[in-house]
Design a binder for this molecule. Structure first.
Ligand code: B3K
Ligand code: ZN
Length: 836
């Protein structure tokens, strides 16, 4: 397994400018004819990629040749300056269990080409810097035949916009559309279709609506209009990730398209809205301007995540959206950055590119853009983005190209900022404060930790947004941004009394903040800060401090803290969504990471017990208020997924979880019976499971066994909400259920991820049963679907946090996988990195 390096990038000597494809679809023997218009742009051979293809014929300018085929490469030598390369191959979509290339899902044909799936369809220069126009012809005895671009007749498509192979798509099947239309700001009429299996039409309206809102938003906020006469979205049941931005033909995991109040939760609705927007926004940031090579992946992903976050803030409210995004960043990216899988936002090498669709590329990539915007200001950002679109439309670009637009548009030197793309690891910012003789002094220090392959790092540019409050909670200094560029800095203020520091407002830089702020100051921030993030963060810090001491020293929970939590819970003037966020305790994984970071070996059982005890103390304090508080969350009328109602349901669910700790599940059982939507039903269902009552699972199953997406929830909830000691057995039993199909990534993730992510104390069971269970399933699925397997293996990436016994048990499983004959490149790379 070869390592590929950024420094080895070289353009192709011979490129392809037009691709003409014809498909004769057959489950076992699909024929693909390709006619590639080729042009020389430098000296050298043409090396095409092909994987698992049965090559029928190859011809250059009409003359058949016998090319040199060396494994997955076809090498053509002595080529003219311009020529037509014709190939015919045979492939078997039905046997394609990796879900990469052309495969079948529930009788329909579909494709997934990013990153390197196109080479599993036909011989081609399968790399993003080769951009071509496409003509596609599909022959099959199926009613719906789709590809990219505009339709030119039954099963014939033309895409006028040059694109790399990874954006190619084909779909064929018995599908039905929900349709609408959109007129762009440039006056183009666009037909919009959401294609689903017959029977699912009733669940498409939300996705369609989200698409229209996304199109309008991108015109208004970024000045970007759509550029074809049709935009198709297809829902597919078997899909390795969330969705894919193929030009004019987005393919989605059905869980991110289909929604009805009866079957989807508020979280599902929010995800659908976000992902529909994300894939649509790629049309400009990814498709019209794409990546030169896969090392530049964050060029399209970081930027597009940033854009979808902006969109969701506009659609759902800034505060809760931002806090939620920060929670995701810390849960996934900070964890990745602190372990053996840490890598820069722009990596410098990889073995398997599919292993780099990570939280670092996506979420940290988005934060980097947010920092850039903070540094150059909203106007500077708009000017830089405008220059980027103008200068690079139709090109395959690099991070240097992107940053150059901002440097030019704003006159700023961004060379130090570039370190955010080059240096891995989450910077630590240490803050100490001092007040003396009317002078308030802040000492700031930054360090960037060592990560695999990187030591002795340089200081980064940190945009630090902060404000000051007085002892009554009145803001005495509104938000200011200090640009920290050195390892240490000092800020001083002349003030009559010691202020309360509100540091890192809006989480203006993705750092770990080390600041031993007093409880009194944190309580003032929690009650009064003007910035929603720092306000929430103050409550978080109070909770984390208590929970860490409870785990490490067996400390109890002080009435002062419980009172503060109760005050917020009962504050009818505060936004319900914010109250729900503020009531949620730091996750088990978050606590394990923080304990490890502070030099304490985290005990997963002790963490579980401490969190439960804290919840119990809060529940007891609020006991008599809980029914009334929940009643106040009622949302009259029919279910509406809008954020305002979702916030109330979220608070209600949080309160029900507390109530369950006191009443053994009585209120939750009643709520389950009363639920008229899936959000309330799932909240009640998981509470009943938390109470140890598993009979409810049989009822749920009887009601929903016909529905794949709802059953995914059923599978996951039982594992995630099992008592830690039972979780492995529950998961293992569910893998024997007649509806457990490991070949379906959603179902596999529901059960295996339900354990590894949903039930940490269960996964880390002291006897290692959870580790063996995960490794068994990874080895089993690896042969069929390496991408999903490799992704699930990241559950082991935090292994060095734990005690020696657990480390031994995990190492045994990692070694066992590493020693397995025929391990995929995907899983092989992950295991090797985790063991290194
Ligand atoms: N670009 C795709 C992800 C492709 C993953 C390939 N393993 C979806 C997205 O980020 O929008
Ligand atoms: Zn994306």
């Amino acid at each position: 397994n070869q390592t590929i390096y950024l420094r080895d990038y070289a353009p192709v000597p011979v490129t392809v400018t037009h691709v003409d494809l014809s498909f004769r679809l057959d489950p076992k023997a699909t024929r693909v004819q390709a006619r590639l218009t080729c042009a020389r742009q430098g000296p050298g051979d043409m090396v095409l990629d092909g994987e698992g293809l049965k090559t029928i014929s190859v011809a250059i300018d009409g003359t058949a040749i016998t090319p040199r085929i060396d494994g997955d490469r076809m090498i053509l030598t002595d080529l003219p300056d311009a020529f037509l390369l014709e190939t015919e191959v045979e492939i078997a979509p039905q046997d394609n269990t990796a879900l990469s290339g052309l495969y079948m899902s529930n009788g329909m044909y579909c494709t997934q080409c990013e990153a390197e799936g196109f080479r599993r369809i036909t011989w081609m220069l399968d790399r993003p810097d080769v951009m071509a126009t496409y003509d596609v012809e599909i022959e099959a005895d199926l009613p719906v035949l789709l590809s990219n671009g505009d339709e030119k007749g039954a099963g014939r498509w033309h895409d006028p916009w040059p694109k790399p192979t990874y954006l190619f798509a084909l779909v064929a099947g018995n599908l039905v559309a929900t349709s609408d239309s959109f007129t762009t700001s440039e006056g183009r009429d666009v037909a919009l279709n959401v294609w689903v299996r017959p029977g699912d039409e009733g669940r498409t309206s939300y996705a369609l609506d989200a698409l229209k809102r996304s199109m309008l938003w991108d015109e208004k906020v970024y000045g970007r209009a759509y550029d074809l006469s049709v935009f198709n979205i297809v829902a597919v049941d078997d899909f390795n990730m969330g969705a894919m931005e193929n030009k004019g033909l987005n393919v989605f995991n059905s869980r991110y398209v289909l929604a009805s109040p009866e079957t989807a939760t508020d979280a599902d609705y929010a995800n659908i809205e976000r992902i529909v927007a994300h894939e649509y926004f790629h049309n400009w940031t990814g498709n019209r301007i794409t990546c030169r090579d896969w090392f530049q992946l964050c060029l399209k992903e970081g930027l597009t995540v940033f854009r979808d976050q902006q969109f969701s803030q506009d659609a759902r409210g800034f505060a809760t959206q931002r806090i939620g995004d920060i929670m995701t960043l810390r849960a996934r990216q900070f964890r990745e950055d602190a372990g053996p899988l840490a890598h820069p936002v722009r990596p410098e090498s990889f073995v398997e590119i599919n292993n780099f669709y990570t939280a670092t590329i996506y979420e940290k990539g988005a934060e980097v853009i947010g920092m850039l915007r903070t540094l150059v200001g909203a106007e500077g950002y708009d000017a830089g983005v405008a220059l980027y679109f103008e200068r690079h439309d139709g090109q395959a670009c690099t991070i240097e190209d992107w940053l150059a637009c901002f440097a030019e548009a704003t006159g700023r030197d961004l060379s130090q900022f570039m370190l955010w793309y080059r240096q891995a690891g989450t910077p630590r910012l240490t803050v100490t404060e001092d007040f003396n003789n009317g002078v308030y002094t802040l000492d700031l220090k930054q360090t960037v930790p060592d990560t695999p392959g990187q030591t002795n790092k340089s200081p980064m540019t940190l945009p630090l947004a902060y404000g000051l409050l007085d002892a009554t909670g009145t803001e005495i200094r509104p938000t200011d941004v200090f640009e920290m560029t050195d390892r240490a800095a000092r800020l001083s203020f002349n003030l009559p009394e010691k202020p309360v520091l509100s540091m890192l407002r809006g989480f203006s830089a993705p750092v770990v903040l080390e600041f031993a702020q007093s409880d009194a100051d944190r309580l003032i921030l929690l009650a009064h800060d003007t910035d929603p993030f720092t306000r929430w963060e103050a409550g978080r810090a109070l909770a984390k401090d208590r929970l860490m001491r409870a785990v490490a020293e067996g400390a109890g929970f002080d009435a002062g803290w419980i009172d503060a939590v109760a005050t917020l819970a009962t504050d009818a003037d505060a936004d319900p969504a914010f109250r729900a966020l503020a009531l949620a305790l730091p996750s088990e994984d978050d606590l394990a990471a923080s304990l490890h970071g502070s030099g304490v070996v985290p005990d997963p059982d002790a963490i579980y017990i401490a969190r439960r005890a804290a919840s119990h103390a809060i529940a007891t304090r609020l006991a008599s208020d809980l029914p009334g508080l929940r009643a106040a969350c009622a949302t009259p009328g029919a279910y509406d997924p809008r954020a305002e109602d979702a916030g109330k349901r979220s608070l209600s669910a949080t309160l029900l979880r507390l109530q369950t700790l006191l009443d053994g599940g009585a209120a939750a059982r009643a709520a389950y019976d009363a639920a008229d939507n899936m959000t309330d039903r799932m909240a009640a269902f998981t509470c009943v499971l938390d109470a140890g009552d598993t009979e409810v699972a049989a009822r749920f199953e009887a009601d929903w066994q016909h529905d794949r997406l709802v059953m995914d929830k059923w599978f996951m909830a039982q594992v995630a909400h099992a008592a830690p000691n039972d979780a492995v057995d529950v998961a293992s039993k569910l893998t024997a259920h007649r509806d457990f199909d490991p070949g379906n990534p959603n179902r596999f993730r529901a059960v295996i991820g339900g354990l590894t992510a949903g039930n940490p104390a269960g996964f880390h069971r002291a006897d290692g049963a959870g580790y063996a269970f995960l490794a068994d399933w990874l080895l089993r699925l690896d042969k069929a679907n390496p991408q999903t397997t490799a992704r699930m293996s990241t559950a082991f990436d935090s292994w060095r946090r734990f005690d020696a016994d657990r480390q031994d048990l995990i190492r045994t499983q990692l070694d066992r996988m590493a020693g397995t004959e025929g391990l995929s490149r995907d899983l092989g790379e992950m295991v090797a990195r985790m063991l290194a």
